[in-house]
Design a protein around this ligand. Structure first.
Ligand code: ADP
Ligand code: MG
Length: 740
């Protein structure tokens, strides 16, 4: 039984307008052990014949038998298996992977064939030695001469121990000395194989050929035995094994490293794209998460760098508890006397007293350890009476200021403000945060246990009772007025122009508001009222009656402005992210945690939802835009590698394995790019102010989301390249690349 047998096989090439004959009605058979020379002028069909018998190209009419088996039903993977198992190729255009060394080229075939590690190495070195390239084994293929390349290709073709070697004009581009060497080599290895060599120069093979086939116009015009061939029977041939995941990884890494300059270029591009995308993502995330947070009105002076903790049973903290909080990962410092931060009253910076030019409301108070020296002019405060304040307040380093309580609106009434103290400005915060930064020694002072007055609330109440109190008359609420320039002879005077009646010992109900503008009723009895016939409005209260009213009112609402000192500690943290981490970590059965910067409102969830929705759209579009750039650049690189992939296939790698390889390479690129970018951001990020602020919102899951997104993009790129790379058949790709 012939090994390869053609029966009336024809092959036509169809283009849009023309049909040309590749070969027609060919009937031939080939045996193991033959050395067949195929000759004929250019265009006579030699390559067509070779491609058909080696399964690189299909045919139309007739039947090709391989080992007696019909092939017309063969699928792509059948042909891949046939090529991979039986055929070794040598082409005119040295189908060698230029970016690989000689050794790697030979190794590749052995790896695809599934030889084990030890055997592989030995065999590769033997083969390289056999073709006389030992001294060049670590040279890149691109650096070899034509003859050396062709010998490397022959070593590679032999690597897989296949019974058939096909060589299409292997010496076509070689000088005669090299050509001689190559032909001799083919002959030397041909002992137990079928070798089919196409050549237009029959002289070159004359000495070795056992058979000569001459073609003309697609037909065989001569088929002659030259000398007796040593016909063999086919022994067991190792079939290529499926490439394992590990091998795929090795191939991917080798492919990436084989072209270091390209790798560097692509990597820099990936890193740029990934950093830009990550920064935009981080920025979006921080915006979304910040919207979910709102300043508390209960602790108006607490910035996002402070967390307040109180024990549920109201007791004070012991040393081991303080140690525990100090040891927490996100806690920078613990202050045992949280009240030193002045949490519950509004405070103001002034020159000397409230009427001086140069003053302002303080938005928050904090510890100076949260400051960066580079953000301030001057020095950080050390002594108890030293502070850093914002340039917003118009003071300079070295000036003395007062820090006072004021009322809730920034309106001062003489005598209502009390001073926290007089301070020396040691530094000005250039970032203009309207925050007063105290020294450690100030914040660590013990605080008194006396009940304190919340001046801002008290002044708000005083204002309410003075200006917003009404009485009910004639089913109208009429505001009272306290004249201070003409004393009243009665307690309450109601203006009118009728007859005046003075009523004594009356009880009157006043309607006032508390701090939250809830109405409170206050009755005063024994009032003397001058009551005319009323029909116009105007109610005046005497100064004495008003002070009774105010005392009653303030006594009633005592709990709204008196502060019993709370046993609270204050933790310094880096910002929102750390603050929220602390909330999550602290045992909420034992402790109450106040993170005033983090109180959320009701509309926020909706807002957060919309922001997230927009961010997803924006990020997707932006991502696609960036990746179209990556795609355009990588495409050119991939196009240049089409030939390499055709070679991979011609030596037995199947298409699905290579498809996986392409995807794997891209995914690896983006993963490595991501890791490098993250390292860069981690090391450089702390020096870039806008990034540090945003980064604290990032959670572990965000990094995984980003990594997942980049890997998916990589895979998608790989899949797109697959379409390109494998659109053409092996032989189309190889013959097209001949022109290059
Ligand atoms: P040879 O190798 O002997 O030079 P080929 O087998 O390459 O000849 O070509 C045989 C005939 O088939 C020629 O007429 C050639 O023009 C045609 N042919 C070969 N390959 C193609 C192709 N891919 N498309 C169209 N025609 C082709
Ligand atoms: Mg040809």
């Amino acid at each position: 039984m012939a090994m390869i047998k053609l029966e009336q096989v024809s092959k036509y090439y169809r283009s849009e307008e023309t049909v040309s004959v590749g070969m027609k009605n060919i009937s031939l058979s080939f045996e193991l052990g033959e050395f067949v020379a195929v000759t004929g002028e250019s265009g006579s069909g030699k390559s067509t014949l070779l491609n058909v018998i080696s399964g690189l190209d299909g045919y139309e009419d007739g039947e090709l038998f391989l080992f007696g088996e019909e092939t017309s039903h063969y699928t792509i993977s059948d042909w891949e298996r046939y090529r991979g198992t039986y055929i070794g190729f040598v082409f005119q255009n040295y189908n060698i992977i230029d970016s690989y060394t000689v050794y790697q080229n030979v190794m590749l075939a052995l790896e695809i064939q599934g030889y084990n590690r030890h055997e592989r190495k030995k065999r590769a070195l033997e083969l390289i030695d056999k073709v006389g390239l030992t001294s060049h084994k670590n040279h890149k293929a691109s650096k070899l001469s034509g003859g050396q390349k062709q010998r490397a290709v022959i070593a590679r073709a032999l690597a897989k121990d296949c019974p058939v070697i096909v060589a299409d004009e292997p010496t076509g581009n070689l000088d005669s000395a090299s050509a001689e060497q190559v032909m001799k080599l083919l002959h030397d290895i041909a002992k137990h194989k079928l070798v089919v060599v196409v050549t237009h120069d029959y002289e070159q093979v004359q000495a070795y050929a056992t058979r000569k086939i001459k073609m003309h116009d697609g037909e065989v015009v001569e088929d002659k035995k030259i000398k007796k061939a040593d016909i063999q029977t086919l022994k067991e041939v190792p079939t290529p094994k499926k490439l394992g995941v590990l091998n795929l990884f090795r191939f991917a890494i080798r492919n990436l490293l084989a072209t270091p300059k390209k790798l560097l270029f692509l990597m820099i591009m990936q890193i740029l794209v990934i950093s830009v995308f990550t920064i935009v993502y981080t920025n979006q995330i921080s915006q979304i998460r910040e919207v979910g947070l709102e300043q508390s009105s209960v602790f108006p002076l607490v910035p996002e760098t402070r967390v307040l903790i109180e024990k549920r049973d109201g007791s004070s903290f012991n040393a081991s508890e303080i140690d525990y909080f100090e040891s927490m990962r996100n806690v920078k410092a613990v202050y045992e006397h949280a009240n030193n931060f002045y949490n519950e009253s509004r405070i103001y910076v002034t020159k000397n007293n409230i009427f001086d030019y140069g003053r302002g409301r303080v938005v928050a108070t904090d510890s100076a350890i949260t400051l960066n020296q580079r953000d301030i002019t001057g020095t950080l405060p050390k002594a108890v009476n030293e502070v850093v304040i914002s340039s917003y307040y118009d003071f300079n380093v070295g000036e003395t200021i007062k820090i006072n309580y004021g009322d809730a609106y920034g309106w001062y009434q003489e005598g209502t403000e009390t001073s926290i103290g007089t301070f020396l400005v040691t530094g000005i915060d250039n970032l203009d945060r309207e925050t007063v930064y105290f020294s450690e020694s100030f914040l660590n002072q013990p605080t008194s246990n006396e009940v304190m007055i919340d001046q801002s609330r008290l002044s708000r109440l005083e204002e309410n009772i003075r200006y917003n109190t009404t009485i009910l008359y004639d089913s109208n609420k009429i505001y009272i007025y306290i004249p201070d320039n003409y004393p009243l002879t009665v307690d309450l005077y109601i203006e009118g122009d009728g007859d005046r009646t003075v009523l004594s010992n009356q009880t009157i109900t006043f309607y006032a508001y508390d701090v939250d503008y809830n109405e409170v009723e206050i009755t005063l009895s024994n009032l003397t009222i001058s009551e005319p016939e009323f029909y116009s409005y105007g109610v005046m209260l005497s100064e004495d009656a008003f002070s009774d009213l105010r005392d009653t009112y303030l006594l009633l609402l005592e709990n709204q402005y008196l502060i019993t000192p709370r046993q609270m500690i204050s933790l310094s943290v880096d910002g929102y992210y750390a603050g929220n981490k602390v909330i999550d970590t602290v045992d909420s059965d034992l402790y109450k945690v106040y993170y005033p910067a983090n109180i959320s409102g009701s509309l926020r969830e909706l807002q957060v939802f919309f922001l997230s929705f927009l961010a997803v759209i924006l990020l997707t579009l932006f991502g696609l835009f960036l990746y179209s750039i990556v795609h355009a650049v990588t495409k050119n690189v991939m196009n240049a590698r089409k030939k390499d992939f055709a070679i991979f296939r011609s030596i037995g790698a199947n298409q699905s394995t290579l498809a996986q390889l392409v995807v794997l390479e891209q995914v690896m690129m983006s993963t490595i790019g991501f890791i490098i970018t993250m390292l860069l951001i981690t090391f450089l990020g702390s020096n870039i102010t806008f990034l540090t602020a945003d980064l604290q919102y990032m959670e572990l899951k965000d990094y995984f989301i980003l990594l997942g997104a980049f890997m998916a993009f990589g895979a998608w790129l790989g899949l797109r390249f697959n379409k390109k790379v494998f659109k053409q058949s092996v032989i189309e790709t190889l013959s097209l690349s001949r022109g290059e």
